[in-house]
Design a protein around this ligand. Structure first.
Ligand code: HPA
Length: 242
């Protein structure tokens, strides 16, 4: 593959070593405008915005992943394989499954189960367990502690389906196994990072509770995740010399 890649038209050097990936291109722009110093638009293919600037003097890129494992699979693959990216931190939303969880709680995916086809394409001959990079995970937990923000670390589920056709809903089983949140990207990101010898982490803010039918509005989702973004940005600073 050559640069620019099919889905990213940045030049080499325009994308930082650490990339923060929200699903939503508008959230990528919001983060860049709100937090980064001197943000520059480095990708806009298909409106999937990528902005590079600095946070506490450290270069950081914020680029959207789109929704679902095929989408984050494409962007993270091209970033890891062609743009020299070392760390990708997904900053997303998830639906909570456990009773003690509330909207806006922050969940860090220590591992990500996969309900979908993405991991099948690796043809492992057995069940592959997608996990977060331990260094990135501990850096994020340390950053959260320093910021005084509580987080829950545990297993999450990446699913291909947002809506469950009648008779297909197995949420009770995942809840029983202690899964903290359902989202749609982490397992593919973790597998791609492992495949390329890179690091990945998924941090999610709870946008809805699957068993209590509570949810945030689209606008609340876009602007309400400040704490999660601060954790991710400070994690990028901790990774600057690693
Ligand atoms: N399911 C899948 N992805 C999600 C959800 C959900 O309930 N909430 C936020 N992202």
């Amino acid at each position: 593959m050559a640069v620019p890649t099919p889905h990213i038209n940045s030049k080499i050097g325009e994308i930082a070593k650490t990339v923060l990936m929200p699903g939503d291109p508008l959230r990528a722009k919001f983060i860049a405008d709100t937090f980064l110093e001197n943000p520059v638009l480095v990708n806009n293919v298909r409106g999937v915005q990528g902005h590079t600037g600095t946070w506490k003097g450290v270069p950081v890129t914020v680029m959207a992943s789109g929704m679902g494992m095929p989408a984050i699979g494409i962007y993270s693959w091209e970033l890891f394989s062609e743009y020299g990216v070392e760390n990708i931190i997904r900053i997303g939303s998830c639906g909570a499954l456990q009773d003690g969880q509330k909207l806006m709680d922050i969940v860090i995916g220590q591992a990500a189960c996969c309900q979908g086809g993405y991991i099948d394409h690796f043809k492992m001959g057995g069940l592959y367990a997608p996990i977060a990079d331990y260094t990135l995970l501990t850096a994020a937990v340390d950053a959260a502690k320093e910021l005084g923000i509580g987080v829950t670390v545990g297993n999450i589920l990446s699913s291909d389906n947002f809506y469950s056709p009648e008779g297909s809903n197995v949420n009770d089983k995942w809840r029983k196994m202690g899964i903290l949140g359902i989202e749609m990207e982490a397992a593919a990101l973790y597998a791609n990072a492992a495949y390329h010898g890179k690091r990945a982490l998924c941090i999610c803010s709870v946008s809805d509770h699957i068993y209590r039918e509570e949810y945030l509005s689209a606008e609340e989702r876009q602007v309400g995740f400040t704490q999660m973004m601060e954790i991710a940005l400070d994690t990028a600073v901790k990774m600057a010399d690693i």
